[in-house]
Design a protein around this ligand. Sequence first.
Ligand SMILES: [Ca+2]
Ligand SMILES: [Ca+2]
Ligand SMILES: [Ca+2]
Length: 312
Amino acid sequence: MKKFLIIPIFLLFTASAMDAAGAGLQGDVNLDGMVNISDVTDLIDSLLNQDAGPSCDVDLDGQVSISDVTTLIDILLSPADQVTLTVNGVAFTMVHVEGGMFTMGCTSDQWPDHRRNEAPVHEVTLSGYYIGQTEVTQELWNAVMGKNPSKFIDPQRPVETVSMFACAEFVDKLSELTGKVFRLPTEAEWEFAARGGNKSRHYKYSGSNEVDDVAWYAGNSGLESHPVATKAPNELGIHDMSGNVLEWCLDWYYYYTQDPCVNPVGPDSGDENVYRGGCWKSDASFCRNATRDKLDPDTAMNVLGLRVVMNE
Ligand SMILES: [Ca+2]
Ligand SMILES: [Ca+2]
Ligand SMILES: [Ca+2]
């Protein structure tokens, strides 16, 4: 086997061949528009037969070798930046949030209108996950639950007037229908995604320091919800984490401590659940990335909806 470890590329890369390879999908060895296991087998065949073409140079170092196989396998194993799923004819997109570490709470970008329950700041480490590119729309809720409890009826607006219990039922049904594991975000997952994850530019609101760029809030909403994704996205391409509707989180409400934590899920029990992000009725300061508050899980109001998380 060893003699196949380094095999020089046989086709000279002309400028046009490089362009063609560069323009294609990285890892699409057999040029069928998809990257999958057949590209691995075709790449190994090409290595063994010494007939590798430019598309076999997956890691773009100018030669075809075993390192292209390992790079291709890495590509296949790494989570996609986003995934679009369809349930009962309704498509929705989940954005990948790479795992990382961040400072949660009233960091300096949240001053001076931060609130006492955002202190103390603390270091949080999270594993990767997928989070909804938008709040759950009425269209999606209806496709899963067969009804729409919202007050501001419009398929493209976020669902609202949903209690924590109704949301728990929704994520269970969504999991059943898709074969994936859906749940509500933990409060830490919510804040990390709102801050832009590892791409964070440390804005006050989710994606900007100007609330009007990214949020439907009391100052611009006309006191109603709006279709999702009609304001600019944040650093990860996620919309409406500031404003439009408030979003339920999984955690029972608790007071922060300074202790660093890994994948925190909040206390084991409690009376009220956390919600996040401000809404069409909030003032700007409530739409900040670190703002947090709590409600009885029975509560269903026209300001309160959800966004889902899917495990990696
Ligand atoms: Ca392919
Ligand atoms: Ca190579
Ligand atoms: Ca929101």
